[in-house]
Design a protein around this ligand. Sequence first.
Ligand code: M6R
Length: 577
Amino acid sequence: MCGIIGCCSNHNVLHNTINGLKKLEYRGYDSCGITFLLNKEFHTFKSIKRIEDLSKNINIDGGLAIAHTRWATHGKVSLDNAHPIYSSDKKYIIVHNGIIENYLKIKDTYLKEYIFYTETDTEVIINLIDYLNKKCTMLESIKRLYEILEGTYACLIIDKNEDKIYFIKNKSPLILGFSNELIITSDILALPKNTKKYYRLKDGDYGYITKDTYSLFNINDQNHFLFLDYYPLNYDISLKGFKHYMEKEIYEIPDLLHNYINKKYENRIINTLKNSNKIYLVASGTSFNAASLGALFFSQISKKESYAFISSEFQIDNTYDDKAIFVVISQSGETADLIKAISKIKKKNYEVIAICNVENSTIKEMSDYFININAGVEIAVASTKSYTLSSLVMYQLANIIVDNDYKEKLTDIVDNISSIFDVKDKIKKIASYISNKEHLYYLGKGIDYLLCNEASLKLKEISYIHSESFPSGELKHGSIALISSSSIVIGIITDPSNANLIRNSLEEVKSRGAKTYVISLESLSLDSDSIIIKDFDKYLSFIPISIIIQLLAYFTALNLGNDIDKPRNLAKSVTVE
Ligand code: M6R
């Protein structure tokens, strides 16, 4: 989703600003822009294509710039709506991440005289600055935004008469970095390698940076600014011969699994889980699908009452038990829906364990306990290795809290998992058949149904083929009406206790003309199955299956020539509700 960066220096900042912007690309965007302030004049460049295209057109450089990658929320993708956005008199300019919920009311209350040139909610903020600044200083105007704006916002603002970048933050991430210049950005990944220290802004912080210094305040006047040492994040963003990050990230899974054989979890996390009587898991998208697996592991392996909730649907009431613990899962650590859910949980004083792939994240900060899945940076919008590893973390925890020894089973997987790529050609064959189809259904039961949910999400997000997953038993209660001779149904069978029932449902769709494919474990397979994999422990089969379903989505999207790492309309880090 949107990314922002601003740089102030005695040197030219084009290089660092554009480099930072490129590092924000993975979050997903549909337009981008940059503004330099030179001798009290703004120079703005925008593109509705990629940052490469934006860079080509920039013909100046300077010591002060703000830039943005936009993921459209209010207003179509267009040059006008791309940020930076001017105030109507062109005296101020802004980049903004987030959504202003009361923008129409603000327009009505304060800005009736103003002309608007964009369809964005952001333009309201910058005109409001113009309005407020007529009566007070720029810093006071920035502070007053907290009283007026409702919603989420991280903003960088320039007044063309001042060599400063003003900033304000509410519920959208913002980080201040100190390298050869002062940099303020929405994502720690965008900081240059020579950054020495950084500060993760808190809600209520505001201030400005200049070429030499910064001023930082908080609306509550708390003196809590904690500056942290910055260690260059050692992430490898080369494609290493792969065509796409998604493919590379799937292929990283076997190596990453090695680190899990002897993975240690903090005793206080283990004890907290042991002492809880209910485990509630909350997450979005693919992380929710991992959370569903987690709920199954905690209920079936640890015999704890466990439920998974979708973050955006999560409502906390008074029925949760005193001894309940909440586990939240997020690859990015910045998902707005989950952040909101955690706020609700914390208001009721429950403890939260975060399972996350980003150490310096808002979700880590909000939680009482943190488990880093250490998947390495995940760039493709479609989450792959993070799904597999966060599910594995929950499998391990579920076993550890009841003192089960799972190491032998895990070692078996780790030693054999690379052979899963041997079925690549079979996966490609299915992919080439489904690539020109419009609909596809996945069918499973129990753990296999949960895997089908992820298979279906992965396929639809990068291939744009309509895909749904059904619990096999539920099919005849309605969805079977969709089945015809043009239907494709993929069954996943890894659980002996459900295998026959899934087979029955597959027969039912076959007899109505559907073309079926089956992915199964050897001991549960039939000769006619499309992909048969070595038997692994029932609860660990999600590892090979996740790789297969991820590859199936990947090869299908590849056949279709889609932009696999940046699928349309999607963002890596969903920072708005
Ligand atoms: O960063 P998070 O794990 O919190 O993100 C949650 C979802 O937005 C994310 O999993 C999304 O569904 C991915 N595009 C799935 O591939």
